[in-house]
Design a protein around this ligand. Sequence first.
Ligand SMILES: Nc1ncnc2c1ncn2[C@@H]1O[C@H](COP(=O)(O)OP(=O)(O)O)[C@@H](O)[C@H]1O
Ligand SMILES: [Mg+2]
Length: 412
Amino acid sequence: MPILPLGIPTDLDKYFYNREKDIITIKSFLNTLNYGVANQMLVTGYRGVGKSFLLKKLLAELPDNILTAYIDMSKIFGIQKGKITEELIMNSLLEAMNESLREDMDDLTKSYDIVKDLIRKLQPSNTKRLGPQNSTNFGRQKKFDFKEAGTAMGIAIPDIKDNYEKLSKFVMEFPQRVVELSNGEISGFVIVIDEFQLIGELDSPEAFFWLFRSYTQEQDNVSYIFTGSTSASSDIVDKINGIKGAFGGRMTQYTVDPFTREESEGYLKEKVSELKFTESGLERFYKCTRGYPAYINSFCNTMSGDVEYDDELVIQTFYEKIEQVAIMWTAVWATLSGKEKDIITTLVENGPLSWSDLLAGVDFSNKTLAKYVNIIKNKGILSHSGKKYMIEDHMLLAWLGYKKERDGFYPP
Ligand SMILES: Nc1ncnc2c1ncn2[C@@H]1O[C@H](COP(=O)(O)OP(=O)(O)O)[C@@H](O)[C@H]1O
Ligand SMILES: [Mg+2]
């Protein structure tokens, strides 16, 4: 049985396949940092298509004069058990940028120490120990005036309620300062914010995106890459880069696609040459996985090198092992709220539905439905086309259908 990674492997090179065009394209957008031009990017694509792996590989390939930082919002969410704040994101960003400095820049140890000290003072877990005096000090800090900045740009900016101005100012100015501090040694800072759609669960995602916009506006050597499993037409994409969104279309949008039929075949040959397929078996395998590396890997891990897979055996194995093939969704399912699950199962049960039919199928109000539909749209689970709402992912559909048929109910 092959053992392919179900997450991002530590040994990036051993498992990474192709993506040459994607890497060249994204690199070319980042390369302008060398000339003091910072592009901001938005990378979308379905869950399991390979965004995170691609970006991690890309960061690893960037030359030494470009520093990189990577944060995964879903990890922050996981640690916080679902309740996330702007401060936490800022802290994670700072830690990631700082880590990058520590790894790549021996002679910037001084700046590293300063940052370390700051993180220690700012961390929420330490505020208790430091006493209320600390938070009072924060309160006295002059607030960064988003409203003012917005007026200058001719756009209305929503209020930020939280008292995290000092921290955010420091974090947002930090990468550009590092470049300036390096005396030409460092040309740029690339910062990846993965599963960024989860920012949508802050009280004011707009304000948070505006924060980035207002700083990046004045920084010539810092490129942010926001990436997440959300469709390019989701509400959260609109908030960050729509006409009325913070970046107002100035971000370069890039979509990561699944492997093509040929790439899928090439991948199997290169990474799991022990598996044998007939031509029709291969065709069926591609239909089952649709070229999503996540499914290719989890499916391959259930297969054996001792038999040859034809069309029928692929189908049989797929249904026998669907729990394992669709493993990605078990983890996601566990993070969904009851209402999100209700909407999804209603759509699994009935197929694509119009708004009014969907509303009739769930027992909550129009307003509540609107709220949760938006949330699962942001998560790239629900899509909306031709006035119908439907489940985006065929594997999620197959898995839930199977669970219902086998157990008589959907997974709790
Ligand atoms: N180019 C690739 N080569 C090999 N495996 C890949 C590639 N891209 C993704 N994978 C694998 O597919 C799975 C999903 O990839 P991931 O980057 O986590 O997807 P996403 O971030 O889009 O949800 C992971 O197990 C990863 O190892
Ligand atoms: Mg990912």
